[in-house]
Design a protein around this ligand. Structure first.
Ligand SMILES: [Zn+2]
Length: 486
């Protein structure tokens, strides 16, 4: 009875979330620019409603009642997750939330200008203010180290000590692998595909790939935005975006990435509407899904063979002298770059590890904004062997810190590690795994993810999916793919 009451109460929460998501999606894709102030006020109104709804006395009473009745194991787990969310939301004083929101808006604005003008000094005081506020925020939660509190807002299953251990193993493995790939040279001297690539044909290719992976047109839309994203309006209504330029086919990989996110949201269990069981396990597990489709499927040899005729059909001139084997090399060209979002799969995690190590220094060891650029450049030099010469291609390249999103970066690499373990699992459990990719038969692969991850929502943890997370699965996956057999 109490559980039904809670589900009813949270259904309203889920409806409000849909309204908020739709306002967001529209803002990023369709809204006329002049409406930004109106929209910001409406979004903040809905945010306020949501916050009151899930921190109010009425809801707290329902949770307390639920704590007093005899519960089945699954219901106990639900209560634990509900409590976790309630405590996190309740711990943040509204004054702090509002101050942070204001500073974030100004800092993001200052960051965009600073980045355009390569002017670190103008952004530094905003970043310091955000760091101070986030250091304060960490004190609102109980945690062994301050950075842990911020990490837990994005993935509550990890501490900074655990991530440091994983990432230092991974770093060693990646630096070694990068040296071997460089020595072999096969994936280094690779000529990129030469455009122009007509936008209409790119759109068709993206739409086709989304459907091939199993995202139905009946339940999704693919649109255009400055930064590709995916958003869940409701389980049956997934919106993803990509961006098209005529010079390259990057739209394809960002579409595959966002499809991975959308498939997750699309297949969360409907019967738990509004509850944590209709949410992803964590941002890391979410990212494991997008990266699985983008990299493990989308950059595999078999996928290159599968997509080749379709690309040839869309771009006969540009693909004329390209073979499926060339396509695989193009998708996996491995040279270090300064910009994270342009990085190859091989170097991507080193970009993340650098950001993680800097955040760790900021929150656990007192590094201040003024010293970040120096540390940044030294780490790029040491791990990737290249050094930024401008702030724009260095410390000013990402928007995350300007938005106050500290603790977010590590989820990208944790997601990659989880996807590596999933790959090893699937190779064992799905008969003819590689053949299926080659033939474009993705049904069984998708069903495996739905059955073991999507349909469970937050009733499971990442350990239930891949066991204790290790770096070996991911590193073997990468070596197997990137090193030529001797
Ligand atoms: Zn993503």
């Amino acid at each position: 009875m109490t559980i039904q009451k809670i589900k009813d109460y949270l259904q309203e929460y889920s409806y409000l979330k849909s309204i908020q998501a739709l306002l967001h999606w529209d803002m990023e894709t369709m809204m006329p620019k002049g409406a930004i102030d109106d929209r910001a006020r409406r979004l903040s109104y809905v945010q306020g409603k949501l916050h009151t709804h899930i921190t109010g006395k009425k809801y707290e009473n329902l949770l307390n009642q639920m704590g007093k009745v005899k519960l089945k194991p699954l219901e106990k787990k639900l209560l634990k997750e509900l409590r976790w969310d309630f405590d996190v939301n309740k711990a943040l004083p509204i004054k702090h939330v509002m101050e942070l929101a204001t500073v974030q808006t100004h800092a993001s604005h200052a960051w965009a200008t600073a980045r355009a003008q390569n002017d670190w000094k103008s952004f530094e005081p905003y970043l310091q203010k955000l760091i101070d506020l986030k250091r304060k925020e960490a004190t609102f939660f109980k945690s062994k180290k301050p950075y842990d509190a911020l990490i837990k807002l994005h993935d509550k299953e990890f501490t900074s000590d655990e991530i440091t251990k994983l990432f230092s193993d991974l770093k060693k493995g990646l630096i070694k692998l990068a040296a071997e790939v460089k020595k072999q040279g096969v994936l280094v001297d690779v000529k990129d595909l030469k455009g122009p690539f007509e936008i209409e044909a790119q759109k068709e290719l993206s739409q086709w790939v989304a459907e091939a992976f199993g995202l139905s047109r009946e339940n999704s839309r693919l649109d255009i935005s400055t930064h590709p994203f995916s958003i869940n309006i409701s389980p049956q209504d997934q919106r993803i975006t990509t961006r098209y330029v005529t010079q390259n086919l990057d739209s394809l990989s960002s579409t595959m990435h966002e499809v991975g996110h959308a498939l997750y949201e699309n297949n969360l269990p409907r019967e738990w509407e509004g509850t944590p069981f209709q949410e992803a396990v964590s941002l890391s597990v979410h990212e494991s899904q997008s990266r699985f489709w983008e990299n493990i499927i989308g950059r595999s040899k078999e996928f290159s063979e599968f997509i080749y005729p379709h690309m040839l059909e869309k771009f006969p001139k540009q693909m004329k002298s390209v073979t499926p084997a060339d396509l695989f090399k193009i998708f996996n060209k491995s040279i270090p770059s300064l910009i994270r979002v342009e990085s190859s799969e091989l170097y991507y995690n080193l970009h993340i590890i650098i950001r993680y190590e800097i955040e760790e220094l900021i929150f656990n060891q007192g590094l201040d904004a003024a010293d970040i650029p120096k540390v940044w450049n030294e780490k790029y030099d040491s791990y990737l062997g290249i050094r930024p010469t401008t702030f724009r291609e260095g410390v000013l390249q990402d928007s995350h810190w300007a938005g106050g999103a500290f603790g977010y970066f590590p989820t990208y690499t944790l997601g990659n590690l989880i996807s590596g373990s999933l790959y090893q699992q699937m190779k064992k459990n799905i008969p003819k795994f590689s053949d299926r990719i080659k033939k474009g038969e993705f049904g069984e692969i998708k069903d495996y993810l739905v059955k073991n991850i999507h349909s469970k929502g937050r009733s499971i943890s990442h350990q239930d999916i891949v066991g204790e997370l290790k770096t070996q699965d991911y590193l073997s996956y990468l070596s197997e793919k990137l090193l030529s057999k001797k």
